[in-house]
Design a protein around this ligand. Structure first.
Ligand code: GLA
Length: 384
């Protein structure tokens, strides 16, 4: 893929690139919608990602080409404002705007990106684009940014240029991923740890290709409900509550019937998820993959029942997975409302499990889902 985009860059701009970066997508393994509630998540960078190639331009014009479409967007470096057509460019433009608050970018650039992360699959193709853009343009302009700051630049691009009030999970996972390791993040302290995964575990990503309308709006609405529930607990509990992270499952149970019903349902999910991540970590440390997998199933049930961010296609896979020998656990991964299921398996079972899932999925939805083996992989980096 690198050779392909390097050649396309040369052909399109008439000169070679001077910097190149790569950033992977991510899989969320446990801890759904906990990041913006200041909770915990286990995730991994994946073996699919995006390259960004760039070189300085001769004036102040910035040209960005999406290498798969060969569509181009251009703007002046002094005006990195959101665009309403070719909106993929907003991730790049937003990151440039963020870099400019850390240093000066005076001249323009020629840039092209190309990746293999399926779009809309819940694998964070947008965060990968942000992080490879940030690394390449940071190097081009000589603007040095610490990884956590880079993650925040990507998040700000999502908030201000793409309209999604996401947390930091996707960017942190893309930056901090390591080969054969899970990334465990505390989204309050922003402490990031990597936990080695034995070679007896692998993930299957099952992309339903389902895209339900208003996904971004639903995401932002869930976030508002969580913030509303945190405000309730702040008034109701005797200890400080800055976010749902501060509320225990026992406290939720004690207040469930006293608070507005919808807020209670929504809050149950991130509160339960954060506790599941901490428990899951202990089980992983003890080598109990079956116990960990059970938490993944519980996570999905919590999504479906409390947060209502699942959909029939995701439920088909998870419900089938519960009865398929070799599946240790399965759940939706990422924002929800479509996208992918992540299943925990032993590597030797990959083929039979994929076959069994697709037999059920195709019968229910009339087409197969796309299933790939996911390997926890190294994080974003400069590659040239
Ligand atoms: C999306 C967001 C993340 C996170 C997940 C759900 O991927 O971008 O910040 O909230 O959904 O856990």
């Amino acid at each position: 893929m690198y050779d392909t985009v390097a050649k396309a860059f040369q052909d399109h701009f008439g000169h070679p690139h001077t910097v190149a970066s790569y950033a992977p997508g991510r899989v969320e393994v446990l801890g759904n919608h906990t990041d913006y509630n200041e909770g915990f998540v286990l995730s991994a960078a994946i073996n699919f990602g995006t390259y960004f190639l760039a070189s300085p331009s001769e004036d102040t014009t910035c040209r960005i080409v999406a290498g798969d479409l060969m569509a181009e967007v251009s703007f002046d470096v002094s005006a990195p404002n959101p665009v309403t057509e070719n909106t993929w460019a907003n991730y790049v433009i937003g990151v440039l705007a963020g870099l400019q608050s850390h240093g000066e970018a005076q001249g323009g650039f020629n840039g092209m990106f190309l990746g293999n992360i399926p779009l809309g699959a819940g694998l964070s193709s947008s965060a990968a684009l942000e992080m490879c853009t940030g690394l390449a343009l940071g190097k081009l302009y000589g603007i040095e940014v610490e990884p956590l700051e880079m993650a925040k630049i990507g998040q700000k691009a999502e908030h201000e240029h793409a309209g999604v009030k996401c947390g930091l999970l996707d960017q942190v996972s893309s930056l901090f991923g390591q080969e054969n390791a899970l990334v465990m993040t505390d989204f309050r302290s922003l402490e990031v740890q990597t936990l080695p995964m034995g070679d007896d575990a692998a993930f299957l990503m099952c992309n339903t290709k389902a895209k339900h309308a208003l996904v971004d709006g639903e995401y932002n609405e869930r976030r508002e409900h969580c913030e509303g529930a945190a405000a309730y607990f702040k008034g109701a509990l005797s200890h400080p509550v800055a976010a749902l992270r501060d509320v225990s499952w026992a406290e939720w149970e004690a207040h469930e019937s006293k608070m507005p019903a919808l807020a209670a349902r929504r809050a149950a999910h991130p509160i339960g998820e954060s506790e599941r991540v901490l428990k899951g970590r202990q089980l992983l440390d003890a080598g109990d993959l079956a116990g960990f997998g059970k938490l993944m199933f519980d996570s999905h049930d919590s999504s479906a029942n409390y947060f209502e961010n699942s959909c029939p296609e995701l439920d088909t896979i998870v419900n089938a997975a519960k009865g398929i020998p070799g599946v240790l656990g399965a759940r939706l991964s990422g924002g929800g409302f479509g996208g992918s299921v992540v299943a925990l398996i032993h590597p030797r079972d990959a083929e039979t499990v994929a076959h069994a899932i697709n037999a059920v999925f195709e019968k229910a939805h009339g087409h197969p889902c796309d299933i790939s083996v996911i390997t926890p992989s190294a994080g974003a980096r400069i590659v040239g």
